[in-house]
Write a protein that binds this ligand. Sequence first.
Ligand SMILES: Nc1nc2c(ncn2[C@@H]2O[C@H](COP(=O)(O)OP(=O)(O)OP(=O)(O)O)[C@@H](O)[C@H]2O)c(=O)[nH]1
Length: 196
Amino acid sequence: MSLISKNNITGIILAGGKSSRMGEDKGMMMIDGEASAKRIARKLEVFCGKVIIASSNEQHKLLQYELVEDMYPMQGPLAGLQAALSYSSTQANLVLSCDVPMIDDDVLQSLIDAHDGSSLITWVSAEGKEMPLVGIYDKSCADYFEECLKQDERRVRVACGQLSKKVIHLEGSLALSVHNFNTPEDLKIVELCKLK
Ligand SMILES: Nc1nc2c(ncn2[C@@H]2O[C@H](COP(=O)(O)OP(=O)(O)OP(=O)(O)O)[C@@H](O)[C@H]2O)c(=O)[nH]1
């Protein structure tokens, strides 16, 4: 049985950054008539007692979730992770980037089932690629990430290098469901995944 219940896990959506490859804010891109970040927030709400959005973008206030601003602005996803984990009041935190709107509930359930206290981080891999921004992070990672940011290390994978990790390998439709979009072309692929 999972050690995590709804009241002891926080959902975190990383929605800051430049979205330079997309050309417009990824969190606000409409997917099935709903902003991508909002769609993800609704999915997280099924599993998490509280959902917060890590972003300094004023526009994200429209999403009507609690916003947590980066302490290290414009330093990339690691800064969003650091700020949100510092702010969170739970040890376990289910983290998603705002660009995986098709994520299947079963992926979230698998992460929760696998995160059993034997590692600080549990994240997924799909099609042979590890995805640090689809995972569960222990709150204690925040201090470590802050040290990295202070030393100008912004790469999430590198920052997590020394920390204990578990990886869940996704296959088939679950792997497809974590397709992220960075460009208008990617968005077309995400739309195709929706039809499957
Ligand atoms: N809070 C916060 N989130 C970020 C930041 N940079 C990126 N993110 C989020 O982290 C995830 C991955 O971001 P990337 O795709 O690597 O970067 P991006 O800035 O969104 O896009 P590009 O400019 O095209 O690289 C997305 O969900 C972003 O919204 C940041 O500085 N702060």
